[in-house]
Ligand binder design. Structure first.
Ligand code: PLP
Length: 239
């Protein structure tokens, strides 16, 4: 993917986001764009940074470690979130490289993240991933579990972690109704927990990818995570 092309695609997606905000009667710039750079090289990330795109997402911690420390040295505004399922043995590097983990999908990750953040003297934001689609594996499956996680925060267990909201993945299907109901479900759980735990700012709702971000914006997304529509198809053979 060449530089001109990345710039054009970013402009195109940003325009689509603004249009969707407008159609949905939402404030302009209420939705942030994350560029998902998994399987694309650091050069592609730098092209996007040169276009003013500062927020990135990576699925795999090792890949993030290979690319981002150097990118962040060159571009201090770079913001990286981990968005993929996190194994316990990857937590240490995840909290080192990222400013937010969006894929917190089980309570045992929290004390681990807390410990490493305390070691690094660093605070990071966390989003709770909500399971809303049968064909995905990750995410909290019950509201009670989410409440148990938030109760830990309310009890002061995780001083280095900042609970910031929720994330979900819709099913990978052409059935727009199935996609929409997944987003509606996430939104409704998020709204309930936001009002029950109003001591925290849980306003982030990360949902929507290349194929479904406009629906996500209509259903209340505050951040869309776009890979393919910015960087092109991923070549899974290369890694
Ligand atoms: C890969 C990925 C994306 C981006 O997907 P595209 O369809 O390429 O836009 C978004 N969110 C998560 C969690 C992903 O793993």
């Amino acid at each position: 993917m060449d530089a001109v092309c990345i710039r054009e695609r970013l402009d195109f997606i940003n325009q689509k986001i603004r249009d969707a905000e407008c159609r949905a009667g939402r404030a302009e710039n209420s939705v942030r764009l994350m560029a998902v750079s998994k399987f694309h090289p650091a050069e592609a990330v730098i092209e996007a940074l040169n276009c003013g795109q500062f927020l990135f997402g990576e699925n795999r911690v090792q890949e993030a470690m290979d690319k981002f420390p150097e990118v962040c040295r060159q571009f201090s505004q770079t913001e990286l979130h981990i968005i993929g399922g996190l194994q316990s043995n990857k937590v240490k590097n995840a909290v080192r490289v990222a400013s937010c983990v969006q894929s917190v999908d089980r309570i045992p990750l929290l004390p681990l993240m807390e410990r490493f953040c305390a070691d690094y003297g660093k605070k990071i934001r966390v989003l709770f991933e909500i399971h809303t689609a049968e064909d995905t594996k990750s995410g909290f499956r019950s509201e009670d579990e989410l409440r148990a996680a938030l109760d830990g925060f309310a009890g002061g267990l995780y001083p280095h972690l900042i609970p910031a909201g929720f994330m979900t993945m819709a099913p990978l299907t052409d059935d727009q109704n199935a996609v929409r109901s997944s987003f509606i479900r996430a939104r409704s759980i998020a709204e309930k927990l936001k009002s029950d735990y109003h001591g925290f700012d849980l306003s982030e709702l990360s949902m929507g990818m290349s194929g479904d971000f406009e629906i996500a914006i209509e259903e209340g997304s505050t951040m869309v995570r776009i890979g393919t529509a910015i960087f092109g198809e991923r070549d899974y053979q290369k890694k």
